[in-house]
Write a protein that binds this ligand. Structure first.
Ligand code: G3I
Length: 383
């Protein structure tokens, strides 16, 4: 049985506020209604990812910033750990689990009345699995060993948190974007690339029978995602045919523009294709979530005002279409402020300017994207 570290290290995390009193007075000119209140008025729920700083990590994370935590608590009723619930964070070795950082964020979320999503019980790409697993010799009975490792991980993590986690990204990004095929990893020779996905959902249903079980991926609008969308539909259809306990598709919703504009996915054929995709997914009886919304402005003009306007327009166009599906109830951003967004380290702008793909700027001031989010939530058909 693997050993693991528990809550003991929580106090050591700088600036951990354990009560709502950490709320700061909001500037008078701030929007009156919070995003969670607007969402709730339409039967939706709004939230965000939140991550804790890691040594030498290139990205800045906001958990240790009381003002950012207060902003999250004001705007959100859902939370998801940005990194702390992933294999690479939880599993320093085959025989150890390390929960201190995950526990700290979950405990804070609960003090603020936030409901937490779990991300993720299996991220299929080897790049996001721990080195010890990628290099593992599964021994003389490799199928049994592989099943045992996957089962132990899912059982230990889901049973540690029980009903404190109400929805799990059971599997993340199984489909390779470039060809729509399933990604191979250390489990594949023994469990199969599809078989490990089915097993993960069956284990999650066994150990977290209360939870919403989600397949999460970044396929989006536009020609750039044609193979990716097709691969996801094939995976979901295969899981349905095997009667696997999959309840929903997580749309990561990392929208925005690429150099040749392929990603923007606005209007015309791109919109029809996106609606066709969502119709097929919901036609399988699956619910939808927006799990990681942000807007990449990597290739937009440098001018802040014009860029903010374009980011808001791209974001709202996507949200207006996607929120029209009543099977979608939960909307989460992948971070609420530019300074703490992964976008700063993924595909940085050539002019080195800070990317402005989240609802708040680096000074925690609301931007046009925040108003676009509010407008899209207000315009959504009631659930
Ligand atoms: O934990 C190590 C630390 O020990 C080490 O010193 C440091 C320097 O190497 O790296 C730390 O790990 C980093 C981790 O974030 C925590 O800071 C990884 O290198 C870095 O790659 C990782 O990036 C995260 C990425 O997922 C990969 O896990 C981003 O913050 C996070 O925003 C991003 O989120 C993903 C979702 O999980 C899935 N959907 C796409 C989304 C964006 O890529």
């Amino acid at each position: 049985m693997a050993a693991f570290s528990g809550l003991s290290g929580v106090a050591g995390i700088a600036g951990l506020s354990t009560c709502a009193s950490a709320q700061t007075d909001w500037p008078a000119d701030w929007p009156a209604d919070s995003l969670k209140a607007i969402a709730r008025s339409r039967g939706l729920r709004f939230g965000s990812a939140l991550g804790g700083q890691e040594p030498e990590s290139q990205q800045r994370f906001g958990f240790a910033d009381p003002a950012y935590r207060a902003l999250i608590a004001r705007e959100c009723e859902l939370l998801v750990h940005e990194n702390e619930m992933k294999w690479q964070a939880l599993r320093p070795s085959r025989d150890r689990f390390e929960f201190t950082r995950a526990d700290a964020i979950l405990q804070w979320a609960e003090t603020q009345g936030l409901s937490t999503r779990g991300h993720t019980l299996l991220w299929q790409a080897p790049r996001w699995l721990p080195a010890w697993l990628n290099q593992l010799d599964f021994g003389s009975t490799p199928v049994k060993a592989a099943e045992a490792i996957l089962r132990e991980h899912i059982r230990t993590v889901t049973q540690r948190y029980g009903r404190r986690i109400m929805s799990w990204d059971v599997v993340n990004e199984s489909v390779a974007h470039e060809d729509g095929e399933l990604r191979a990893n250390a489990f594949s020779p023994h469990l199969g690339t599809f078989g490990q996905v089915e097993l993960a959902f069956r284990y999650a249903a066994e150990y977290a029978p209360h939870a919403e079980l989600v397949y999460n991926d970044y396929m989006g609008m536009g020609r750039y995602f044609i193979k990716h969308r097709a691969g996801v539909l094939k995976l979901l259809d295969g899981l349905r045919k095997r009667d696997a306990p999959v309840h929903a598709l997580g749309l990561q919703a990392h929208v925005g523009t690429s150099a040749n504009g392929e990603w923007s996915g606005r209007g015309g054929e791109d919109e029809r294709e996106w609606r066709r995709f969502l119709d097929e997914v919901t036609g399988m009886g699956l619910k939808l979530l927006i799990t990681e919304f942000d807007v990449s402005d990597q290739h937009l003009l440098a001018d802040t005002a014009r860029r903010d306007t374009e980011v808001a327009a791209i974001g709202k166009a996507f949200l207006d279409i996607t929120l029209s599906y009543r099977q979608l109830r939960d909307v989460l951003c992948w971070g609420m402020a530019d300074a703490y967004s992964w976008l700063q380290v993924f595909g940085p702008r050539t002019d080195q300017l800070m990317k402005r793909g989240t609802p708040y700027d680096a000074h925690l001031q609301p931007k046009p994207l925040r108003q676009a989010l509010a407008a899209a939530l207000r315009a959504a058909p009631p659930r």
